[in-house]
Design a protein around this ligand. Sequence first.
Ligand code: NAD
Ligand code: UDP
Length: 376
Amino acid sequence: MTEIFGIMIVGSGRKRPPAGLTTENHPTHMLALKEESRMSILVTGGCGYIGSHTCIELLKAGRDIVVIDNYYNAKPEALRRVKELAGKDFPFYECDIRDEEGLRRVFAAHDIEAVIHFAGLKAVGESVSKPLEYYDNNVGGTVTLCRVMAEAGCKRIVFSSSATVYGMNNPSPLKEDMPTGAVTNPYGRTKYIIEEILKDVCVSDPAWTAVLLRYFNPIGAHESGRIGEDPNGIPNNLMPYISQVAIGKLPQLAIHGDDYDTHDGTGVRDYIHVVDLADGHLKAVDYAMTHTGAEAFNLGTGRGYSVLDLVKAFESANGVPVPHVIGPRRAGDIATCYSDPSKAERVLGWKAKRGVEDMCRDSWRWQSQNPKGYDE
Ligand code: NAD
Ligand code: UDP
């Protein structure tokens, strides 16, 4: 057991499989440590890539937060740096969202007005080989979380959904009222199922609010270079791959196909700066305070960039070469995916501010200042 931020963190923080809490890391001793009168926002998965950036923005906006994470895909150093950047303390619990008792203790210890729910497994390829782990963790965990929330009288949730729920059949720009569910892998199916579950929960009890945030392709890092994406092993996603090639960790980027029906034949995506995405969560929480029911919003820029566009933008923003070769298509990929973000602007008052140059520059700052991620 270690003490950090004036709050007890239980457990070693080492990476562990996403199983339930053990008695060793159960937040039993937390009750004595709390008692704040202000309402807090509970951030699940708050040590991860998007969660850590969102915690900073919440703290900067003067919100009180409580963070839980099971450290499956995160390191304690991330939250230490969040605290350093925000200059503010907050309670953290090493807790699995499937641990009902652990969650009850967190809700008993704090007045939680809303939950931002990032916790989940997110590797598309892994979800194909381990579907049950994905359904258990993502779907089962969300059901448990909602049950405990309802018991505690907290009925506002902002959920990390994904553009993947639009599936293969809708043309871009993707709009929130297009049909969802034609997903191609278990990860995507968990996002679709959770959206449907949250809609059902809102129908069953009109006091509930579920804001379903459909992220497009988050990249970039905090402008300080202190926090960013720290993938385990060889990255699957484009930007961390580019960054690791640029720093010499990987020899070259393989571009997955150049025969798509796009302006240069390579896949087109809607990349969004992670800090813009984080800001979207603040607007979503504000919305949840004043609305009920389930509502989906795209969080993207509305602009599509090809793989080659992103490689060139990275090279020119940072003055570093990104050696690349053209390889075969990746199974399951679509040619083009970008958002119509106008609903988020109209209803939430949110719009992405940062461009692709900012995204490339900030990704590189994080990578070059932290070549081993949080292990430095
Ligand atoms: P991440 O892996 O960096 O963060 C997720 C965090 O959740 C990690 O810190 C992990 O340790 C924690 N976690 C996982 N299972 C848990 C459990 N059972 N109990 C407690 N904590 C648990 O991922 P991210 O990129 O920050 O993504 C956050 C959310 O956004 C995820 O739900 C992801 O599916 C979704 N999303 C991400 C992207 C993307 O490209 N990064 C795109 C669309 C949606
Ligand atoms: N991509 C690529 N090489 C890589 C990783 C990704 O060419 O090593 C391409 C991929 O085929 C897609 C785009 O980059 O066209 C974005 O891929 P990513 O996995 O980051 O996001 P997603 O496909 O899930 O939107």
